[in-house]
Design a protein around this ligand. Structure first.
Ligand SMILES: Nc1ncnc2c1ncn2[C@@H]1O[C@H](COP(=O)(O)OP(=O)(O)OP(=O)(O)O)[C@@H](O)[C@H]1O
Ligand SMILES: [Mg+2]
Length: 376
């Protein structure tokens, strides 16, 4: 997949920016606060329908504007040209168009336009809470599997209902028998959703781990990195959906009293964790800063090659300020691994890094200044 052009209107400090990209490396250089990250955010709207930085569409809307618009022209496998247009207006919400057709299910876009992002905030994946890791893997699975987002949303909805009922029984707001009857209405579908998500995660990790180990060995040698999934479900159930289903059914019965006592759901993929380890020790507690950085960069590389194999499209890669965050040696290695395989977009405040690429990787350089972009 290649992003040929982008047109950005009223997005952060970009009032009207048009860019023609290189199909290899695109380098955005400029001082702080000039609008480099904003360009990557706009690209992320085309692939994920949202920013990787901001939690709300209204944050990226230019302060003095009443709409923003991002339009990208992609060349997909086989030369097919596809246009994505994202349009946002406060009060009216966000609309996404794929070749002029209004797409209401954003999971379709997320699945069709694979992207891998490495930005300062990505540090949370290795150093943050279990939820940060679940989010990273859930997105990766969603990008390779169109049904997964809907399954997650359904699970979340049912979990909320279940917790509400458990809480009401626990607080004495409804009668015990009445509560159990209500619970049973939801339990069958809860068990199903839990099993679907756990099944997909276990299956995914089994495949992903080899991509990851391969990537990590390029950054750190003589170390054994691991990603473990801690679920109450046994790992060897990974290829048997029915066994996982039965497991959740048993668990819910076993935990019924405890769940009522505590007024909440005590089992399911929402409580499971992805644990990162190096040589048997948990990364979050024991790893050096360098090891943590290598782990994170390797996750991005592994995700890139995993999605490349799973999808018919090669992902694009967004690298925000990686020289500053992951040091020059790791960033250089990262670019040498993926630079000629796919299209990447890289921001930097420092022009001095540019000569390093000139020999091996084709690139186009852009100067970003006060929300404007010029070919350099
Ligand atoms: N909603 C908004 N409307 C207008 N301007 C905004 C908005 N949000 C952020 N900005 C401004 O847009 C500018 C560009 O921000 P951006 O994060 O893209 O800069 P950058 O070039 O990546 O800088 P750095 O090198 O510091 O990371 C900043 O001056 C920021 O204050
Ligand atoms: Mg920036």
């Amino acid at each position: 997949m290649i992003l040929r052009t982008i047109e950005i209107k009223n997005f952060r400090n970009h009032i009207h920016t048009k860019i023609e990209f290189s199909e290899n490396l695109n380098l955005f250089v400029g001082g702080n606060a000039q609008g480099k990250t904003s360009i990557l955010e706009a690209i992320s709207y085309l692939c994920l329908t949202r920013s990787f930085n901001a939690n709300s569409d209204s944050y990226v809307l230019n302060f003095n504007s009443n709409f923003f618009e991002v339009t990208g022209l992609f060349e997909l496998q086989g030369g097919h040209e596809t246009i994505i247009r994202v349009f946002f207006e406060p009060g009216r919400g966000k609309k996404v168009f794929l070749n002029k057709e209004n797409i209401e299910k954003f999971s379709i876009i997320i699945n069709k336009f694979p992207v891998v992002i490495l930005a300062p905030k990505s540090k949370e994946i290795v150093l943050g809470s279990p939820d940060d890791r679940r989010k990273f893997f859930d997105l990766t699975i969603a990008q390779s599997n169109p049904a997964y987002i809907d399954e997650l949303l359904e699970h979340k909805k049912i979990l909320k209902q279940r917790n509400k009922i458990l809480n009401a029984i626990s607080a004495g707001e409804i009668k015990f028998e009445q509560g159990i009857d209500l619970l049973e209405v939801w339990d069958e579908s809860f068990i199903n959703q839990c099993a679907k998500i756990t099944f997909r995660r276990l299956k995914f990790l089994k495949e992903f781990i080899s991509f990851f180990k391969e990537a990590y060995s390029k950054f750190e040698t003589n170390e054994n990195p691991e990603i473990e999934y801690t679920s109450k479900v046994e790992a060897n159930f990974d290829d048997n959906f029915d066994m996982i289903r039965e497991f959740f059914k048993d668990m819910l019965l076993k935990l019924r009293q405890e769940e009522i006592k505590r007024g909440m759901t005590l089992v399911g993929p929402q409580r499971d964790e992805f644990i990162f380890k190096i040589n048997g020790h948990e990364l979050r507690r024991f790893a050096s800063q360098g090891q943590a950085k290598s782990f994170l960069v390797s996750l991005a590389v592994a995700k890139f090659f995993y999605l490349k194999e799973k999808k018919s499209e090669t992902p694009i890669l967004l690298l925000d300020d990686v020289f500053g965050e992951f040091d020059i040696v790791r960033a250089q290695k990262l670019i040498s691994i993926v630079g000629n395989v796919g299209q990447s977009f890289l921001t930097s405040t420092d022009l001095n890094f540019v000569p390093m690429f000139t020999e091996r990787i084709k690139f186009k350089k852009f100067i970003v200044s006060s929300g404007t972009v010029q070919d350099a």
